[in-house]
Design a protein around this ligand. Structure first.
Ligand code: ARG
Length: 461
C-alpha cells in the first residue's frame, strides 16, 4: 500500500516510484534517529511550556518517541523509503502510535531546521568520539616511546639520512600532531554548538516560541542568530571534514613511513603477523596492507571535503535539497577515519622496532657531520665556514671510504687547525645524541620529560 505523504495535500498525483527512490535519504540518514528523537523531545517540551500544546499532549509525544527509540534500537522499527527521510519516518510512526497529539509535534518547526539540528548534534557527538580515539592512538605511541627509550635511529630529510634522533622523539612528533587534531576538533565544536531550531523553514515563525529553551535543553551554548543562516549553514560539516582530513593526512604520513620501514632494504620494524596479510601467489610474502589502506582511504576523506565544498559553493539561500548529500560525505568521512584510527592504534601496539637495523643505519650517511660543524663553531669558526670545512672532510671520507670518526687527528688538522683531540667526543651517533641541548630537541633529557608529560596528560582521557 502506498504511504500517504505528510506533504501530500497539494498534490493531485502520487509520486512516481522513480522519484521516491531518487529523492529518499532514509537509507543513510536513518542513523540520525537518536538525535532526531532527542531534538523532538526538547521541541515538544518547549511547545508545552509555551502553551502551544498541552502537558498531556507533550507527555504522549515523549512517551511515543521513547517507544520508537527503543524499537529502532532493537532493530524492530521499519523505515519506509516512501516516507523519504528519518524525520518523516519517525513523525509518521508517532502519529500512527499516539494519534492527534503526534500531529502537533511539527508546530513551529520545519525539516530544514530539524535536519540542521540533527546533524549538529551528530557532529558534536562524533567529534568527541574522534577525540577519544585520537587519545588511544597517542597512548600507544607514547607507550612505544617509553619502551624503546634510548634507541637511536637516523632522522631523515629528503628521505636521506640527516641527523641521529631518538626513536621516542620521532614517535612523540606524531603525538604532537594528533594533539593539534584534537584541539582542532574542539574548536570546530565551539562554532558548531548553536541551535538552529526555531529557524523553521527559513524565516522563523509567527507563533510564540522559545528557541533559547530548546537550545538549553540540548546543551547548546546559544541559538543561531539568523534564521536564514541557521538552515543554510553547513560550515560545521566542512570544518569537521577538514579536521578529519587533517587526521587522515597525519595517519597517512606515518603509514607511508612504516611501509618503507618494513621493506627488506630498511627493516626498521616488524609488524605482527596478525596485522599483515599475504599474497595469493607468492608464498613468502607478508604485506603491510593495513598501512596501505589507511594511506589509500585518505583519498576518500579528502574527496568528501571537496564534495562538501563543491556541494555548497553554488547554493543560493536558504535550504536546497542538494544539502541532503552532505550526510553521505560526512558519514563516510567519519566512519573511514574512525576505523583507520582504531586499527592503527592496534597495529602500533603490535609492532616491534629492530634496534640492530636502526643502529646499523646510523653508521651510514655521515649523520654526525652537523655535530662536527657545530664543534667548529664552538671553537670560534663562523658557521658558514665550518659548513664548508666539514663538507670537504666528508668528501675526503667518501674518497677513502671511512667514517668521520675513523680519521686521525692529523687528517682533521689538514682541514682545520682548530680541531683537537676532543673532536672524538662529538663524533658518532651516541655522542651526537648526548650533546643535543636546544629546547624541543631530541636530547634524551627533554624526550624523557616529554614522555612523562604525555603519560600524565593522556591518562586523563
Ligand atoms: N532529507 C532532507 C535533508 O537531508 C531533510 C530536509 C528536507 N527539507 C525539505 N524542504 N525538503 O536535507
Amino acid at each position: 500500500m502506498k504511504q500517504k505523504k505528510p506533504w501530500g495535500g497539494r498534490f493531485a498525483k502520487q509520486t512516481a516510484a522513480s522519484v521516491e527512490s531518487f529523492t529518499e535519504s532514509v537509507s543513510f540518514d536513518w542513523r540520525l534517529y537518536q538525535y532526531d528523537i532527542e531534538g523532538s523531545i526538547a521541541h515538544a517540551t518547549m511547545l508545552a511550556r509555551c502553551k502551544l500544546i498541552t502537558e498531556k499532549e507533550k507527555d504522549a509525544i515523549i512517551k511515543g518517541l521513547q517507544e520508537i527509540l527503543a524499537e529502532i534500537n532493537s532493530e524492530k522499527f521499519k523505515f519506509r523509503e516512501s516516507l523519504e527521510d528519518v524525520h518523516m519516518n519517525i513523525e509518521s510512526a508517532l502519529i500512527e502510535r499516539i494519534g492527534e497529539a503526534g500531529k502537533k509535534l511539527h508546530t513551529a518547526r520545519s525539516r530544514n531546521d530539524q535536519v540542521a539540528l540533527d546533524l549538529r548534534l551528530w557532529t558534536r557527538d562524533q567529534a568527541h568520539k574522534m577525540i577519544r580515539l585520537l587519545t588511544l592512538l597517542q597512548r600507544e605511541l607514547v607507550k612505544k616511546g617509553k619502551m624503546y627509550f634510548g634507541l637511536i635511529m637516523p632522522g631523515f630529510t629528503h628521505l636521506q639520512h640527516a641527523q641521529p634522533v631518538l626513536l621516542s622523539h620521532y614517535l612523540l612528533a606524531y603525538v604532537e600532531m594528533l594533539e593539534r587534531d584534537k584541539a582542532r576538533l574542539q574548536d570546530c565544536c565551539v562554532r558548531l554548538n548553536r541551535s538552529p531550531l526555531g529557524a523553521c523553514a527559513l524565516a522563523g515563525t509567527t507563533l510564540t516560541t522559545d528557541p533559547v529553551m530548546t537550545a538549553k535543553l540540548l546543551s547548546f551554548d546559544g541559538v543561531c542568530e539568523n534564521s536564514m543562516d541557521a538552515v543554510s549553514d553547513r560550515d560545521f560539516c566542512v570544518e569537521y571534514a577538514f579536521c578529519l582530513s587533517m587526521v587522515a593526512m597525519h595517519l597517512s604520513r606515518l603509514c607511508e613511513e612504516w611501509i618503507i620501514w618494513c621493506n627488506d632494504e630498511v627493516k626498521f620494524i616488524e609488524i605482527s603477523d596478525a596485522y599483515c596479510t599475504g599474497s595469493s601467489i607468492m608464498p613468502q610474502k607478508k604485506n603491510p596492507d593495513v598501512l596501505e589502506l589507511i594511506r589509500g582511504k585518505c583519498g576518500r576523506v579528502f574527496g568528501h571535503l571537496t564534495s562538501l565544498l563543491t556541494l555548497l559553493k553554488g547554493l543560493p539561500l536558504s535550504y536546497n535539497r542538494d544539502m541532503q548529500e552532505d550526510k553521505i560525505a560526512i558519514f563516510d568521512a567519519a566512519d573511514t577515519v574512525q576505523t583507520s584510527l582504531s586499527i592503527l592504534a592496534e597495529l602500533v601496539a603490535n609492532t616491534h622496532f629492530h634496534e640492530e637495523q636502526m643502529m646499523a643505519a646510523c653508521e651510514k650517511g655521515f649523520i654526525d657531520a652537523t655535530a662536527l660543524a657545530e664543534y667548529l663553531v664552538k671553537k670560534g669558526v663562523p658557521f658558514r665556514m665550518a659548513h664548508e670545512i666539514v663538507g670537504k672532510i666528508v668528501r675526503e671520507c667518501i674518497r677513502v671510504q671511512c667514517k668521520l670518526m675513523d680519521l686521525q687527528l692529523g687528517g682533521f688538522k689538514a682541514f682545520s687547525s682548530v680541531i683537537e683531540e676532543d673532536v672524538y667526543k662529538v663524533l658518532g651517533v651516541e655522542n651526537c645524541i648526548k650533546n643535543y641541548r636546544s629546547y624541543g630537541s631530541t636530547a634524551p633529557g627533554f624526550v624523557k620529560k616529554r614522555i612523562a608529560y604525555w603519560e600524565k596528560k593522556l591518562s586523563k582521557g
